[in-house]
Design a protein. Sequence first.
Lengths: 258, 302
Amino acid sequence: MSEPFYSSSELMIINSARLLLDGDVVLVGVGQPNLACNLARRTHAPNLVMIYEAGVIGAQPARLPLSIGDPTLVSGALSVCSMYDLFAFYLQRGYVDVGFMGGAQIDRFGNINATVIGDYAHPKVRLPGSGGSKEIAAWAKRCILLTPHQKRRFPEKVDFQTSAGFLGGRPEREAAHLRGGGPQAVVTDLGILEPDETGELVLTALHPGMTVEQCLANTGWDLQVNGPLHVTEPPKVEELRILREELDPSGIYLNGSG
Amino acid sequence: MTNSKVMSLSQAIHSFVHSGDTIYAAGFTHLIPFAAGHEIIRQGLKDLTLARATPDLIYDQMTAAGCARKVIFSYMGNPGVGSLRIVRSEIEKGNLEWEEYSHFGMISRLQAGATGLPFMPMNPTAADDLDQVNPNYKKVVDPYSGNEVVVVPALIPDVSIIHVQRADANGNAHIWGIIGEQKEAAFAGRRVILTAEEIVDEAIIRSDPNRTLIPGIVVDAVCQVPFCSHPSYTQGYYDRDNKFYLEWDKISQDPATIRQWLDEWVYGVKDRQEYLQKLGPVVQTRLKIASRPSYPVDFGQY
């Protein structure tokens, strides 16, 4: 049987979905993270509890939510609370297992910039800013990040630290006594990066057909390879069917690199 | 009715909003009071400080119309679409002051304002860059453990504007769906304007007191404004007009098309009723949603 055709977005979404465990409580970002979490819930993780920062607990969206506050998240949810309660009672208190996010820039130690390119006071490019990510990255027990593998997205050091990865290295994060453990993995369209014992992101897996050279050429630091590299299992027909037919039939987030 | 605070939105804005004020138009994606933003534009108010977790299209439009001196925010994007072009470009050009938090920082400020506290503590996040550039983020020592906590000061808007599904004439309001920071904004504000899809008899409010998020005692004006939150949505009443959110991404790219849009949809209509007529039945039909009622609760006759 020939392998199904899939896009780079589908590859990222499917591989990041596989990192969720059944029963995880996940704080879901909108867009591709949202597709990944809904895919996981419809495949290997039926008991996934999806939380949205708008204050929705246990959402079961019947259609693709087009914003973080879409009404489809509310209808049929377990609970709706204020944003203060969401961030304080759920996240700060320690009930969130996974933070699932994209990121404009992710650096060598998994720190995220979603705020600004260039000088803060005189911004070259003004990005949307933290939203929930400053606290999610600090307090979720682990974080799954997904972003296309491009050099500008993977600098040696982020221009602005919106959210903490391992800061300058794992000991620094440990010294900060944050509740959460930091990034578990960064899933790209080429492969998967995971933190080593120092907290540095190293290449641990390639997607089928991708090469180490491509990863090196598209990373802004001297990317280390943790060999022998694991090759991810290709997207399954069923995973692709759920994404295309059930979750994003108009191809809003699936087409292009998001 | 002696307790009635019912007035037109135009009168409420005229009476309670002044140039130079700090405004919090509440609603996280849901229940955003666009009609009030448009009325503020029509009344030509200036030098406003516009505070919202997500400035959304309402503050993009008010900034385009020249109402804003400063924005206070925690996520500046066109939700689900991309960049919030006008606020972003005014910041990049240095024309607009800004003050920035994370969502938790922003709503902790409101929580402090709403509960009469001078500040709210939060656990540290170790991502200190925002704390460095915004002097309102400070660290204090927890007197019990000796560890540091991060604090932000109370936010007390001069005016909070809150849209709700239904309220009585005194401003006792039922809200359901995403409740974001509606209650906090209402309690924090010095003055509170409430807009409602429906004004109902007090008996309806009293039939379900757990759903009353905002009590009339904090409300100054009650305005009946159906479709107030279009192109945002009102849970159970109409859907979000995602098509418009996408269109705004194009409209907001060019000062000429922005001007044209403001002329047609804000300056060119008298009030939300005219806006609604102009929007027409096709759009209203497109945004209709099927019914999904909750199972009723029984409070018991005591």
